[in-house]
Design a protein around this ligand. Structure first.
Ligand SMILES: [Zn+2]
Ligand SMILES: [Zn+2]
Length: 429
């Protein structure tokens, strides 16, 4: 590199830094509070650097106002208009905003949306029930059932989702929407069971051209069993599950053979439908198996779907409940993505499948959520399954998670470990 080139590189670099700092220093004004997880008190420093001089130490519960943000740090106003920087993980927003949408105040206190994350082993199986007000056809509170993926087991006596739904009185009922996030067997095989026992009004999948023969057979079956077929994002139309719900597809494979989505299994995972559902003040984000990096990449730089989401819909990612991507694999959950979603509750759907010595979730990926927010609640459908010498099959033991909300206040969570109530071990394992 000659001197001239070096000089122009330096100019470009300075330009970039200037732009970055302009973006980083946009003024915020968020009422917040020092979290209860601080050890004695929270050190406030003169700059966003652990070695910067301390300008104060705040007890947990102290009200502060966040006025600026850089990764991992927040600039806060505290006490008598004093200003300093503190570690972001110790600061809790007072009213967690849900992407700025005005809450639907027309939801009665008794109108609960229920989301079931069913233990199907290594795979996803999610059943969403909207509230039924008993008045059919008025466009809201229709008591719809929506199923996202069905897990890896397709026979009646092996798929836990089927008896789960039937035990709650849904024998033979209809399903408004069956969504297969992407054509991998741990997602679509169990959806086939469901289509044999329930009438399906709408079937959705991203339309990724999978060469799997089992998927071809599955798709043919869907075409005869579902009333309406929506294959490919361009055929989804406006999804309406009642006016009380705001449903958005934030991402699905768009048919473009782009190399930025990786190859082979990575590419199939990156075809996943990413769904955002808002009910009143609460937001659920369902990630399918969408990825954010390769296993060996560091977690600071998002790639693939997480990069696309951060670039295209940054304001739609903040969520109360995150169905973590790809069974909690190291290939998802990059730091900027976690920062943007900032979930209160993380749901991991996984089992005891041995992927050449690796079991999902990767503890490294879960630790990233805990370092982002030590108060985060992580619930898993493989809860304690590694404590005993479980096989892939007998680890499917009823570690179900049920979340209920009437769109305001606290989310109600019921979790199970082997069928027994489980209150959570969150970030302490
Ligand atoms: Zn999967
Ligand atoms: Zn997959």
């Amino acid at each position: 590199m000659n001197g001239q080139t070096r000089k122009s590189y330096r100019l470009i670099l300075m330009g970039c830094l200037l732009t970055l700092s302009l973006i980083a220093f946009s003024q915020l004004n968020e009422p917040s509070v020092v979290r209860s997880n601080v050890w004695s008190c929270l050190n406030v420093r003169s700059d966003h650097d652990v070695n910067a001089v301390s300008v104060g130490c705040l007890a947990s519960g102290t009200p502060v106002t966040v006025i600026d943000a850089v990764p991992f740090w927040r600039q806060i106003k505290f006490g008598n208009n004093q200003v300093g920087w503190a570690a972001k993980k110790f600061i809790e927003p007072l009213s967690p905003e849900t992407a700025g949408d005005s809450a639907d105040t027309s939801i009665p206190d008794s109108a609960f949306l229920t989301v079931h994350f069913v233990d199907v082993g290594q795979g996803d199986a999610i059943w969403i029930q909207t509230y039924d007000d008993g008045i059919d056809g008025n466009g809201k509170f229709e008591g719809y059932s929506i199923v996202i993926d069905g897990g890896p087991y397709s026979s009646d006596n092996s798929n836990p989702l089927l008896p789960y739904m039937e035990s709650l009185g849904y024998h033979g009922a209809s399903i408004e929407a069956l969504i297969v996030t992407h054509p991998h067997t741990d997602h679509f095989s169990g959806a086939e069971t469901i289509s044999r026992h329930f009438s399906i009004n709408n079937y959705y999948d991203p339309g990724y051209p999978s060469q799997l023969s089992s998927y071809g057979a599955f798709l043919s079956a869907m075409k005869t069993r579902a009333k309406n077929i929506h294959i490919g994002l361009q055929n989804f139309g406006q999804i309406n599950w009642g006016s009380e719900l705001k449903v958005e597809v934030l991402y699905a494979w768009n048919g473009d053979p782009q190399h930025v989505l990786g190859a082979d299994n990575t590419l199939v995972n990156n075809s996943s439908i990413v769904l955002r559902i808002q009910y009143g003040q609460h937001v659920f984000l369902f990630m399918g198996d969408a990825e954010g990096k390769n296993r060996e990449n560091d977690a600071a730089t998002p790639r693939y779907v997480e990069k696309i989401l951060l670039e295209t819909v940054p304001g739609r990612l903040k969520a109360n409940v995150l169905k973590i991507a790809h069974h909690g694999s190291e290939t998802s959950s990059t730091l900027p993505f976690i920062e943007a979603v900032d979930p209160d509750i993380v749901i991991v759907e996984s089992g005891r499948k041995n992927f050449s010595g690796t079991f999902l979730p990767d503890s490294s990926a879960l630790r990233r959520y805990c370092s982002h927010n030590p108060n985060i609640k992580i619930y898993r459908t493989d809860q304690n399954d590694s404590q005993t010498a479980r096989t892939e099959r007998d680890a499917v033991d009823g570690d179900n998670i049920i979340i209920r909300t009437n769109g305001k206040g606290q989310l109600q969570v019921q979790a199970f470990d082997g069928g027994r109530p489980f209150t959570g071990n969150f970030c302490n394992n």
